[in-house]
Design a protein around this ligand. Structure first.
Ligand code: PXL
Length: 291
């Protein structure tokens, strides 16, 4: 299979393990050629650090995308995460079709907030702009807070509630994305997982693993990066999500063993081998079956 190429559109937080500093190693472990379009440069992420620096890169983004276009650089997947402004969402929406190769897909992690709260740099106008941005996305990966914000429904906690989840999903379908994975859903006391729905085919399932009590910053970024890697390797949604959930569970286990020093993010490095192994195994199987 020809090597896949992805564009990861999110900030660079120099320290703290999120956004592009986790997307690059995880996607590389998945064998994907990874380019970045940084939205901002921060000294650290904003989840628990104070006094961080923040350089907005909106103008640079225009220049980088224009250069990609002149140089005919195109991608198999556009993967977006943390944006700095509504204007940045517009810049990427406007160039989306030009930078994707034929058959290219869009994976949007609609980073807005967590624990029922909007992240400090965002406001209602940004949430409205994100609702528009997810329209036409092949897959979105909101956590429960973000799903409620997109659906314009009140956040009542991360606990799974069938009626509430159906209401959220039907609003997400109305926004025009093709499929959604809602992450960080609590199934009972001891399980955490995801709810998947494909709005076109109707495919749906939930997956869960043992629950941890430590809400770790950047878990969503590690999750979506691993998922992008598995999808680009050719796994279908269920197979990709099953492996992603198991990868995250191992990463979180390792992080918990390193608390409290490692409070700022997910300790994913020791588990990267799992992604490489899963993908190698699939390649061998596909080669044997003559795919
Ligand atoms: O993980 C999402 C994220 C990404 N980038 C920055 C953040 C956050 C969440 O707080 O602060 C800079």
């Amino acid at each position: 299979m020809k090597q896949k190429r992805i564009l990861s559109v999110q900030d660079i937080s120099c320290f703290g393990k999120c956004s592009n500093t986790v997307a690059l190693p995880i996607l590389s472990a998945a064998g994907v050629e990874t380019a970045i379009l940084p939205t901002a440069l921060l000294s650290t992420h904003t989840g628990g650090f104070t006094g961080f620096t923040f350089l907005d890169l909106t103008e640079e983004m225009r220049g980088i995308l224009a250069h990609f276009d002149r140089a005919d650089i195109r991608f198999d997947m556009l993967y977006t995460g943390y944006f700095g402004s509504v204007e940045q969402l517009r810049i990427v929406a406007d160039t989306k079709s030009a930078i994707l190769r034929a058959g290219g897909t869009t994976l949007v992690d609609p980073v807005l907030g967590d624990g029922g709260k909007l992240y400090s740099i965002y406001d209602d106008a940004f949430v409205c702009a994100m609702r528009e941005f997810v329209s036409g996305a092949d897959l979105i990966t909101p956590n429960v807070t973000e799903a409620c914000l997109l659906a314009d429904l009140p956040y009542t906690g991360d606990r799974y509630d069938h009626e509430k989840m159906e209401a959220i999903l039907s609003r997400l379908a109305e926004l025009g994305c093709r499929s959604a994975v809602i992450t960080g859903v609590h199934f009972g006391e001891n399980e955490i997982g995801i709810v998947y729905r494909n709005f076109e085919s109707g495919e749906k399932f939930t997956l869960a693993s043992a629950r941890t009590d430590a809400p770790l910053h950047g878990t969503g970024d590690v999750f979506t990066s691993a998922l992008a890697g598995y999808l680009l390797a050719g796994f279908d949604a269920r197979a990709a999500l099953t492996r992603t959930v198991s990868f995250i569970a191992e990463c979180i286990d390792k992080t918990e063993g390193a608390l409290p020093e490692h409070w700022y993010g997910v300790k994913f490095e020791d588990s990267l081998y799992k992604i490489t192994e899963d993908i190698r195994k699939k390649q061998w199987e596909d080669a044997l079956l003559g795919h």
